[in-house]
Design a protein around this ligand. Structure first.
Ligand SMILES: *[C@@H]1O[C@H](CO)[C@@H](O)[C@H](O)[C@H]1NC(C)=O
Ligand SMILES: *[C@@H]1O[C@H](CO)[C@@H](O)[C@H](O)[C@H]1NC(C)=O
Length: 254
């Protein structure tokens, strides 16, 4: 797995480098990429690498920085920049989380040295997602997994060709693999434009068979809407995804 990742990084570096205009800008951006690569790998280690994953969703969980995971307040306006919400339940009564990942500007967090805080914030998100399972499970209807809608609308190609950002996503995904395996029931990707499809293809070697639980729909709403409504009650999604006017999210973050 490590080899595949390294190979990918090299491939990507080549691809990005070849777009540079001159020798000089080429070497400047390569130096900067090298520095950022080192930074992202270190940050993945200091956040996701230091978490005891089995604790997520339990009581009194402590982040690698010593703070209580539920009380952590990410700085730099991170919650507003990276929002997500618990919308309702899917047809199988699994908690349904929604996030507009296409609008999440991770490249900015990479370039502004905000990955430590983003990492803790994402661990907090994971904790909340897992916790939402526990409250809903009964002996009659055991719930062990969640469902999610990831809206990749407007994902900017700049993020997908930025080697440090992609490296961050792929390295973090590798550490997340086990928990995704255990806790993700189904992910529905909507509005996947070309950059989003590229990103998903890059994740393929890391996530492998887990992608069988991911359904990817393109940007044509009149195509994905009927399919979405077959799996999700309209009361569980906002009107702009075909839900009812009365829709109210259960928990909103950001
Ligand atoms: C969590 O922490 C609180 C306050 O420190 C304590 O009263 C409680 O027993 C702890 N719960 C667990 C499950 O450890
Ligand atoms: C979107 O899909 C519908 C139904 O298949 C089709 O009629 C329409 O032309 C598509 N729109 C675009 C912009 O491709």
């Amino acid at each position: 797995m490590k080899l595949i990742l390294t190979a990918l990084i090299i491939l990507l570096s080549g691809a990005v480098g070849s777009h540079s205009q001159t020798e000089q800008s080429n070497s400047v951006s390569e130096n900067q990429n090298d520095r950022l690569l080192e930074y992202v790998l270190n940050e993945v280690q200091e956040t996701f690498g230091k978490m005891d994953w089995t604790l997520l969703g339990e009581e009194n969980v402590t982040l690698p920085n010593g703070e209580n995971i539920e009380e952590y307040e990410a700085p730099y306006g991170i919650p507003q920049r990276f929002p997500y919400y618990l919308a309702g339940v899917d047809e199988e009564k699994r908690p349904l989380w929604i996030s507009e990942w296409g609008k999440w500007n991770l490249k900015e967090a990479v370039e502004e040295n905000q990955l430590r805080e983003f990492g803790f914030y994402f661990l907090q998100l994971s904790h909340r997602v897992i916790k939402s399972i526990y409250g809903r499970s009964t002996s009659d209807l055991p719930i062990t997994r969640v469902s999610c809608i990831l809206d990749f609308g407007d994902l900017n190609v700049e993020q997908v060709v930025h080697v440090p950002t992609v490296t961050y996503v792929l390295t973090a995904a590798r550490l997340y693999r086990e928990i995704i395996e255990k806790r993700l029931g189904e992910a529905t990707v909507i509005n996947a434009n070309y950059p989003a499809v590229t990103l998903i293809n890059l994740l393929r070697p890391v996530l492998g068979g887990l992608l069988n639980r991911v359904t990817v729909h393109g940007t044509n709403k009149s195509r994905w809407l009927p399919k979405l409504l077959r799996k999700i009650p309209p009361s569980s999604i906002p009107e702009w995804y075909g839900g009812t006017k009365e829709f109210k999210p259960i928990e909103v973050y950001g």
